[in-house]
Write a protein that binds this ligand. Structure first.
Ligand code: ADP
Ligand code: ZN
Ligand code: ZN
Length: 819
């Protein structure tokens, strides 16, 4: 009987698709295997087999699977369940989840290859560019577009390619290419007829007149431990050449004589060197108590919050819990919000767990991520995976514990594209599938988590003593509104802050200056008329990058050179408005020319090595002042920081979002926690224009509980989490007027089912991106209401909208539990 597979395609499709299996390969396939299938016109995708059956689809003509890629599943049954939960809960498709989950090396890409048409005869003159492309193809009849672009140096080559296609001078060929190639190593062995002891002995005589070859052969025998007819060890060609000092010519001589044979062996990219490990640090009394309480809480509850002040040694407690879990043969997933943190934590964990630790994050080469995935499928998977949010998608054999470090961080939430999941919340679901436990750790819990912990849903353990009982820093507020009025500010710095920086530098201590990123995009403005350059595709002002003297859109990448004069008034003075970290760096260098200054923000940390260098330079005191955004607040552990400057608290507090105060508190408390870790009490200079704001007082007193109580009262009153669950419904369309109408109709339909729980439509902060206009509708559902039902209703309304002839071009997507 004919067999069929239902597959998940890496596309935002609401359902699986059915393909037939070629008859000769039926037995080999299982759910979770990858297959290549044709979809749409001439496109090929890597799909994942969801199920196997014998029901031919009746509503469309079934196509055949092109290739089967895996002999055994790369996706385990629990992962299927997890994918399904993610797609349901976050109102997206399993195809969206698939795209986010797998490293790209496991999703074969179809790269466009163009082919020369040998029968082509031009009946009109070709342009120079067209001729150039054809000349290139004459040399090599099949080329990728990427290659042609490079070789011809033509920009916007697709236009030229398209023109040639229209003239049928070339064809497009879709070729499947495996992006992941296993790395191989050339190894050496004795050719079969040679591989006996007697034969080798006679070879020694024969090679007497080729002493170099003889020496090389002896070296091989030594390295391989050859005995009788067998080598004890495999020998890499490189190693052999190196150790013997022989030239490749000598080596080739032995190959030609039929003595050596070269073969290729697949080797992993993952470094497998054994690492010397050290004993765990013993916990101090406070830590031991907290540890024991966590263990006790997790016997009863699946999730526990460890609320411990900065530098209390939470990481040490995690390390003990990890050691206990792996002793029981369980695996551990350690989640971090940001790769900036992985360097420091990696080192601490490596010291204890050595090669049992695997690290997984997006700035690793894709091939390495593929290997980790493959390794996790085997019995020899890592005992501990340390990673950022995407590591929740890895396969696990027997997960026992998930640690979510800095659980309050909003980078755990994926913003774009779908699935817009929250890795902390998803991790809790993932753990429940394995019967594993979850420990959430932070000095400043998110309000939702704290609420869950104080209402008994999660366990709660508090740790209020810093390790070695170092005091929390002294926080000194400075009223910069008043100072600005009296003209007593130097740029963005109060005298107090500059004085503290100077003192620190004199004492060879370090300084961190923190500037919130949000609300302070560095913009250019015309001094005369106030004109601000905007993106032509998106409703946002362009960000100024001084190094390259260009303006860039952070949404679509649109880039233009800085205009010489204002297009509105022809004024020639463009000023740098707002103050980004770049500006602060310039100013600080002017004020303290002798100081060594580094900047850590999105621009300076595009690569992993850039991150690591900034952090390690600062750790080794090669830098005196570190200027940064959010990134410097994140749990980094430095020893010689005596002063932290918060340049402007107000941008955090005034951000138009119901979480603004919570975040402002968290950020300030975290960044303050970087001061005075090991040697002495640190000082934090907190510059603000709202000196009387309760949040400022709460930060100074480190009064987390009071902040939460105030916020909870407001959240309840205004229908926000944790009392209500929010779903943002986004609508997108090219046509502004049509979108208005769509949004109005959809909001009406939603009101018909959700009543007063619906807000909007309204314009989001950025109301146009990549030529599409955007509207936003907010739905607020009581937390104890059945969410399944709410999701069904939302999907129902969406279907009704799309069935309306007028609204066919509408794009709808959701952000569930937005951050
Ligand atoms: P947290 O994660 O709570 O911010 P850490 O675990 O990073 O705190 O601890 C802060 C510093 O104190 C680190 O440098 C850590 O090595 C040290 N430390 C904490 N607890 C211990 C311990 N029990 N033994 C040795 N060093 C410790
Ligand atoms: Zn743009
Ligand atoms: Zn102007």
């Amino acid at each position: 009987m004919r067999k069929y597979v239902d597959v998940i395609l890496p596309l935002p499709l609401p359902r699986t698709f059915t393909y037939s299996l070629p008859e000769d390969i039926v037995e080999e396939i299982e759910p979770g295997c990858r297959v290549v299938v044709p979809f749409g016109r001439k496109k090929y995708y890597t799909a994942i087999v969801h199920s196997i059956h014998s029901n031919a689809p009746t509503d469309y003509e079934v196509k055949e699977v092109t290739t089967i890629l895996d002999p055994s599943p790369i996706l385990l049954p629990k992962q299927f369940t997890f994918w399904k939960w993610l797609a349901d809960y976050y109102l997206c498709t399993q195809g969206d989840v698939y795209k986010a989950a797998l490293p790209s090396g496991m999703k074969i890409e179809s790269e466009t290859i163009v082919e020369y048409n040998p029968d082509f005869e031009a009946d009109e003159r070709l342009t120079d560019k067209e001729q150039l492309i054809l000349d290139l193809l004459a040399g090599e009849p099949e080329q990728s577009v990427t290659y042609l672009e490079k070789a011809s140096k033509i920009k916007n080559i697709l236009n030229v390619v398209k023109a040639l296609l229209d003239k049928e001078a070339i064809f497009v060929k879709e070729e499947l290419r495996k992006t992941y190639k296993p790395k191989t190593e050339a190894r050496v062995r004795l050719a079969e007829p040679v591989a006996t002891e007697e034969r080798i002995k006679s070879l020694f005589d024969e090679l007497e007149r080729a002493p170099k070859q003889l020496a090389l052969l002896m070296k091989y025998i030594e390295l391989s431990g050859f005995m009788g007819t067998k080598a004890l060890k495999e020998v890499a060609k490189n190693e052999l050449l190196q150790r013997s000092g022989a030239s490749p010519a000598v080596f080739n001589g032995l190959v030609e004589k039929g003595i050596f044979e070269v073969y290729h062996h697949e080797v992993g990219r993952l470094k497998r060197q054994e690492i010397e490990t050290v004993e765990l640090n013993p916990l101090n009394d406070f830590q031991q108590q907290a540890h024991d309480k966590v263990v006790e809480q997790l016997q009863e509850k699946n999730v526990c919050l460890l609320h411990g002040v900065t530098s209390s040694g939470k990481t040490e407690i995690y390390i003990h819990l990890i050691a206990e879990a792996i002793r029981q043969g369980k695996q551990v997933l350690y989640l971090l919000p940001e790769i900036a943190l992985t360097t420091q934590i990696t080192e601490r964990l490596k010291r204890v767990f050595g090669s049992r630790l695997g690290i997984y994050h997006s700035k690793f080469p894709d091939a390495e991520r593929v290997e980790i995935w493959q390794k996790q499928l085997t019995e020899k998977g890592y005992d501990i995976i340390l990673g950022v949010r995407s590591s929740i998608f890895l396969p696990f054999r027997d997960l026992g514990l998930i640690i979510v470090d800095e659980e309050h961080e909003n980078t755990y939430k994926q913003q774009d594209p779908a699935p817009r999941y929250h890795a902390r919340n998803a991790a809790i679901v993932l753990a429940s599938l394995y019967g594993a436990k979850v420990l959430l750790g932070t000095a400043t819990p998110s309000i939702e988590t704290y609420y869950n912990a104080t209402t008994g849903k999660y366990g709660l353990v508090e740790l209020k003593e810093r390790y070695k009982e170092i005091q929390l820093p002294e926080i000194v507020p400075v009223d910069i509104k008043e100072l600005a009025r009296k003209k007593r500010m130097t740029g963005q710095f109060s005298r107090l802050l500059l004085g503290e920086i100077k003192d620190a530098l004199d004492k060879k201590e370090q300084v961190i200056l923190f500037q919130n990123r949000r609300g302070f995009a560095p913009m250019i403005e015309c001094r005369t008329c106030g004109w601000v350059p905007k993106c032509k595709n998106c409703d946002v002002s362009l960000t100024y990058h001084k190094k390259i003297n260009q303006l860039t859109c952070h949404y679509c990448g649109y880039t233009i050179p800085l205009p010489r004069s204002c297009p509105a008034c022809e004024g020639i003075e463009m000023i740098n408005r707002g103050f980004g970290t770049e500006k602060i760096e310039d100013d600080i260098k002017l004020i303290f020319p002798e100081a060594r200054v580094a900047r850590m923000d999105l621009d300076t940390t595009r690569t992993r090595s850039a991150y690591e260098k900034i952090i390690s330079d600062f750790e080794q005191a090669k830098t005196d002042i570190l200027i940064g955004t959010q990134m410097v607040s994140k749990g980094l552990d430095f020893d010689h920081v005596s002063v932290v400057g918060i340049l402007n608290a107000d941008t955090m507090m005034n951000y138009p979002d119901f979480r603004a105060y919570e975040r402002a508190f968290q950020l300030m408390a975290q960044v303050a926690g970087r001061a005075g870790r090991k040697n002495k009490r640190g000082k934090v200079i907190l510059q603000t224009k709202s000196i009387d704001h309760p949040i400022i007082d709460q930060v100074i007193k480190n009064n987390y509980e009071e902040m939460v109580m105030n916020q909870l009262a407001e959240r309840q009153m205004f229908h926000y989490p944790p009392y209500y669950r929010l779903v943002y419904v986004y609508l997108k369309n090219k046509n502004a007027a049509l979108l208005e109408q769509m949004a109005r109709v959809m909001a009406e339909k939603l009101r018909a089912v959700f009543g007063s729980r619906v807000w909007g439509p309204a314009d989001p902060p950025v109301a146009r991106v990549q030529l599409l206009y955007i509207k936003k509708i907010i739905v607020k559902v009581e937390v104890n209401a059945p969410m399944n039902r709410a999701r069904d209703l939302l999907r129902q309304v969406q279907r009704e909208m799309l069935m309306d002839e007028r609204f066919k071009s509408l794009i709808v997507y959701y952000d569930v539990d937005p951050m």
